[in-house]
Design a protein. Structure first.
Length: 68
């Protein structure tokens, strides 16, 4: 099984949250993606989904640092 990367080619790290503004991964998650086993990638995708859900629940204009 091959797990697809969540990268959407919006590669900018948010200084407050430490997350990529596009895929919501940490720099360590991004750097280790290619070498990570599928089990690790699935865990990262689950963390991304949780971050996205928290971000979606924030009021418009709220700081992204609350997401990490």
């Amino acid at each position: 099984m091959s797990v697809a990367s969540p990268c959407i080619d919006v590669c900018r790290m948010d200084a407050q949250s430490g997350l990529c503004e596009g895929c919501l991964r940490t720099i360590d998650e991004i750097a280790g993606w290619a070498a990570a086993p599928d089990e690790r990638k699935i865990l990262i995708l689950a963390a991304v989904a949780q971050r996205r859900a928290r971000l979606d629940a924030l009021p418009v204009g709220a700081a992204r640092k609350e997401v990490s």
